[in-house]
Design a protein around this ligand. Structure first.
Ligand code: PAP
Length: 330
């Protein structure tokens, strides 16, 4: 068992002052012990750290989606950083050509270019001024579909949802959680957190409910929700990048394709390129995480190096039960 922390890791959200409204709500919610943080709270069927819940409440109350907005929604550790880089580069390809020597991606972590709604914008400020964001505005969120602000559902804004094989997502999250813990706390035991993950108790979990919410919505409303997996993106990045541009209404022109723009954008956003940038080797997010923590190894199937046969069987059984009849498979 990991040792009890003598003081919490230096992460901004752990020190967030909560509003009275949030404190009152928290007192009514089911709780369970978390992995990095001591307690998670269940709201609208999903598990949250109290600060993120406060960000969620503010965002639900104040965020006004515009028809031209694009929202990247993901489960944590499904490749958010990669998709943020790709979407930013894609949507800003005229303003910032990918080959430009001072392209913003070369000196900023993707999380700084595409902010999270509930864990950045509406956490820093209950009602932030978003007027400096140029159209089309690009934001991201880990919120489940059920908890998205009403204006997102009512407007014509588009949602890109990215998820990843649960076994790799879990290992990536476990490794990340160990990076966030103080060395003196020891590492999170894989067995302990596996049990919690299977029960659905992890940030923004249950994982399966998160992806089913967006999957079902993408079937009902394919013009609004684009459902993508990390594995598909890895397998055929150029195909999926092109499909993404079509969904977003900004397909590559013949000229752009001839110039090699598809490959150029994929190259600048590649794992090796981003990981080796000074900003991502040495920088930190204002929230306290090291940028390097978002670039571990970026592989498909790394779970094979960690999970026992029993764990794999358990995961597969849950997947079968939860995803049965949905048409979704991993
Ligand atoms: P977040 O939800 O906290 O923002 P997120 O970016 O979704 O994290 O997940 C990080 C994973 O994406 C890491 O996976 P791993 O732990 O299995 O290695 C990270 O390596 C991977 N990743 C980051 N950037 C890229 C990229 N450019 N290409 C492919 N994978 C990437």
């Amino acid at each position: 068992m990991p040792k009890e922390p003598s003081h919490p890791p230096d992460l901004k959200y752990l020190k967030q002052e909560l509003t009275q409204e949030c404190k009152i709500l928290l007192s009514t919610l089911p709780t369970k012990s978390g992995w990095v943080v001591s307690k998670l709270y269940n709201y609208q069927g999903f598990w949250y750290h109290p600060s993120y819940l406060q960000g969620l409440l503010s965002c639900q109350k104040h965020f006004q989606a515009q028809d031209t907005d694009i929202l990247l929604a993901t489960t944590p550790k499904s490749g958010t950083t990669w998709l943020k880089a790709l979407l930013f580069t894609l949507l800003n390809r005229t303003r910032y050509p990918h080959a430009q020597h001072d392209h913003p991606l070369l000196s900023n972590n993707p999380h700084m270019l595409v902010p999270f709604l509930e864990i950045k914008l509406y956490l820093d400020d209950q009602n932030p001024d978003l007027s400096s964001f140029a159209s089309p505005r690009l934001f991201s969120t880990h919120l489940p579909y059920v908890s998205l602000p009403k204006s997102v559902k009512d407007s014509k804004c588009k949602l890109v949802y990215l998820c990843r094989n649960p076994k790799d997502t879990f290992i990536s999250l476990w490794a990340f959680s160990n990076q966030l813990r103080l060395q003196e706390m020891g590492t999170n035991s894989l067995e302990d957190v596996f049990e919690k993950y299977c029960e659905g108790v992890s940030l923004y979990g249950p994982f399966w409910d998160h992806l089913l919410g967006y999957w079902q919505e993408s079937l009902k409303n394919p013009d609004k929700v684009y459902f993508l997996t990390y594995e598909e993106m890895k397998e055929e990045p150029d195909l999926h990048l092109r499909k993404l541009t079509e969904f977003l209404g900004c397909p590559f022109s013949v000229e752009e394709k001839k110039e090699g723009m598809v490959e150029g954008i994929l190259d600048i956003c590649s794992f090796d390129n981003l990981r080796n940038l000074k900003v991502n080797k040495e920088g930190k997010l204002p929230s306290g995480e090291n940028n390097s923590a978002f670039f571990r190894n970026g592989k498909v199937g790394d779970w094979k190096n960690y999970l026992t046969t029993e764990m794999v069987e358990r995961f597969e059984k849950i997947c079968e039960e939860k995803l049965h009849g949905s048409g979704l498979k991993f």
